[in-house]
Design a protein around this ligand. Sequence first.
Ligand SMILES: Cc1cc2nc3c(=O)[nH]c(=O)nc-3n(C[C@H](O)[C@H](O)[C@H](O)COP(=O)(O)OP(=O)(O)OC[C@H]3O[C@@H](n4cnc5c(N)ncnc54)[C@H](O)[C@@H]3O)c2cc1C
Length: 413
Amino acid sequence: MSDSYVIIGDGIAGSSAAETLREEAPDADVTVITDEGEALYNRILIKEFAKGKLPEAPISIHEPDWYEERDIDLELNTFVTEVDPDAREVHTHDSGTYEYDKLLVATGGTPTQLPVENSDAEGIHHFWTFQDARKIQQDAAVADTGVVVGAGLLGIDLAAVCAAQDVDAKYIMRGNRWWRYGLSLDGAEIIHDALEEKGVDLVLESGVERFETDDDGAVVSTVDANGETFDSEFVGVAIGLNFNTEYLQGAGIEEDNGIVVDEYMQTNVDDIYAAGDITRYYDTILDEHAQNGSWGSAKEQGQIAAKNMAADEEVESFRWVSSYSITHFDFPFLSFGFPTLGDDECERKYSDTEWRRLAFKDGKLVGGVLIGDIAPQGKYKDLIRQEAEVADQKEVLLEKEFDPENLAIRQEQ
Ligand SMILES: Cc1cc2nc3c(=O)[nH]c(=O)nc-3n(C[C@H](O)[C@H](O)[C@H](O)COP(=O)(O)OP(=O)(O)OC[C@H]3O[C@@H](n4cnc5c(N)ncnc54)[C@H](O)[C@@H]3O)c2cc1C
């Protein structure tokens, strides 16, 4: 009898797992269940669509035919409500039941709402799905004024959408700079200048107190933590994700702000694996559990999970240095590894649009941010993979033309 694999979620983690399972287990039954109405698309590119710059077509990655050709059952518009590990069953909103021998949970997260008055009003947008992007694109196109909340890697996408759609926008932040966990003021100021050049006004040391609505319940203005009121027909909020795990209640799967898995993507429950944004995985480079919300990491986790599922043993572990780039400005920006972790750091500004910061933990490089010149990324990522102790050689590491040959490298045996 052939194995039956069920995957919940058709994002990049779930979809790449399905593809790998089909390759590794040609005779198995593979089913992918998603609550979205469309098959895998490029979540990274939906920001370009929301800016009004891209037609729909290039955003789609797989049409339903892609699944048919591989004999993968794709269940669209199907919301999973429960997993029963004893019966080895997945239950869905329409009373559907799917039996599995092995299950992959790849359901990612849903954007968090601000805990303030009127935070669900019409005109307030959260950004995760293609459907969200379509609505954002339409609403931003007709809005004159906007507010963006969330000084992180997704918030800046919403600010860039406002800029591209000529929305007169205020970008509200709690601290004194954008992405304060990853950047010093020196680095952040490069981003601030670039945002202002695009017409986005920064409102620092602020926060949202409440939203005000008109008689139809649509947002019209935002009152900030300092009592200032900003007109905002369009609001974009990106303050984090809540992981989609409600349907796992009672399944006995260990969670710790995400689903806890080992380096083989196995949960604590037999034959249940998890992959993608939703995991708190064992990072074999850091030697501790970690989290990562990026496309490349989710894809790799899906593939690793699938290989271990198909082999029915621990054949391959997840070992990955992630990166995340921002392409809204006329200079590149790249964050790699874990730039917000660590016990030591160094940074240097090379010009008005070029800056670098490196983060170290226990003497080893664990991540960094490159603005302006991202060419050295490969060399830094190699050092992370090597787990080389280099924190005492910051001058060499920060040389503009960094050459690893100039490092005296010590590696753990
Ligand atoms: C606007 C935007 C820009 C981004 N830009 C970048 C970037 O530049 N670089 C980068 O590396 N990353 C970027 N990311 C992040 C990246 O897209 C994610 O890290 C990645 O897509 C995560 O993939 P995933 O498969 O783990 O989860 P998801 O893509 O979130 O997929 C999970 C799927 O599960 C479905 N689901 C959830 N609950 C259920 C349920 N109960 N039943 C059925 N289905 C369910 C969801 O609807 C979803 O389709 C961006 C994200 C966004 C939103």
